[in-house]
Write a protein that binds this ligand. Structure first.
Ligand code: MLT
Length: 250
């Protein structure tokens, strides 16, 4: 029996960041990879000034309700991981497995928060392409950026095309997210933590701490992958997810 696998994208991305998973895992799961509120080309949804992670989580729960899907395996990367944790806290009965990729459970420190508010302003003042240009070196591994330029260009273009309102609201929503480090100890469902050995945005120690906090969790460090480990090393990422999916009972 195939599980529903709900893939939650990060910041400032859209569902296309999961293209290689939607394709690579389609035999293994019913893959659902939606755009978060306001993200995605041509998305005209109303976006409030601030989007707390819990609001994205509620949107996703509504989506599952609309499609008549009961329980899913949640997989969130980076901001998607923050949302996955919020979802699990709010709707534990809807989750049978959890994949936290290139993410962390801690809240932002003051410096990071300030930076989020700057990014929110910048989105309107200088535009999202400037943000995308600044972020791309931290998104992908050096190998992808140097040897697979078309992939780096595709990711940068995808980020650059996101709407100002969506980017600003997500940045401010991340700034107010709570620290879920202690809460992690309550997670009692099968959990896989994935990170990349070259992720500069999420320190390896944060993944190790999550692994330690969640009893029975697995940790997969993808060698040579950066922050978007699913884009840098899709085969290894998909294989780790595949191995995890077969362990999950219905
Ligand atoms: C992401 O990839 O979603 C962001 O880099 C997360 C963050 O800025 O904390």
């Amino acid at each position: 029996m195939k599980h529903h696998l709900l893939l939650i994208h990060g910041f400032p991305h859209d569902h296309t960041v999961w293209d290689l998973q939607a394709m690579g895992l389609r035999e293994d799961a019913h893959v659902i990879a939606p755009d978060l509120r306001g993200f995605g080309i041509g998305n005209k949804e109303y976006v409030p000034e601030v989007m707390p992670m819990e609001t994205y989580a509620r949107d996703l729960k509504d989506l599952l309700d609309e499609r008549g899907i009961d329980r899913v395996v949640l997989c969130g990367l980076s901001m998607g991981g923050y949302i996955a944790m919020a979802f699990l806290e709010l709707f534990p009965e809807r989750v049978k497995g959890l994949i936290l990729a290139n993410t962390k459970a801690t809240a932002d420190d003051e410096g990071t928060k300030e930076n989020r508010y700057k990014i929110a302003e910048q989105a309107f003042e200088t535009g999202v392409p400037v943000i995308a240009r600044a972020m791309i070196p931290k998104m992908l591994s050096e190998r992808t950026r140097k040897e697979r330029e078309p992939i780096a260009n595709t990711i940068e273009r995808m980020m650059a095309q996101q709407k100002e309102e969506a980017v600003a609201a997500a940045a401010q929503g991340m700034a107010i997210r709570p620290d879920r480090s202690d809460w992690l100890k309550n997670v009692r469902i099968p959990t896989l933590i994935i990170t990349g050995s070259e992720d500069e945005l999420m320190d390896m120690s944060t993944s190790k701490e999550m692994h330690k906090a969640i009893e029975g969790s697995d940790l997969e460090v993808i060698d040579g992958a950066g922050h978007l480990s699913n884009v840098d090393e899709p085969d290894q990422f998909n294989e780790a997810v595949r191995r995890f999916l077969v362990e999950i009972e219905d």
